[in-house]
Write a protein that binds this ligand. Sequence first.
Ligand SMILES: [Zn+2]
Length: 121
Amino acid sequence: MPLYDFECRVCGRVFEAMAGMEEGNAVCACGGTAKRLVSVGCGYRADASWLPSVTAVVEKDSPKPHVRAFLADPSRANYRRWMAGEGLRPQESGEGRRAPAPRPEIVREVLDRFAARRAAS
Ligand SMILES: [Zn+2]
């Protein structure tokens, strides 16, 4: 049986356990029910919040090998193969993460200084 990552719904602990392919749950040390994660490397999880938005656009009936492979196993490697097969570029690390919005009081101060400089000239 393959080793899977599970995340406990009660205490949040992530642990590895052997499980059958069909077993979606395991029991955590705390007694809580843990849900199976399909984790395949750093930063990529098959239960990632953005993944459904990707799988939604995958052609479910496509005979293309990279599509079949990704649908059968949405691993990081198959995701990259799928993107390459579709002519898409994978997002670079840090990309898509928006810079935090500046604090309003700082924006205010910058605007005030700007106004003061214009008034002085
Ligand atoms: Zn637990």
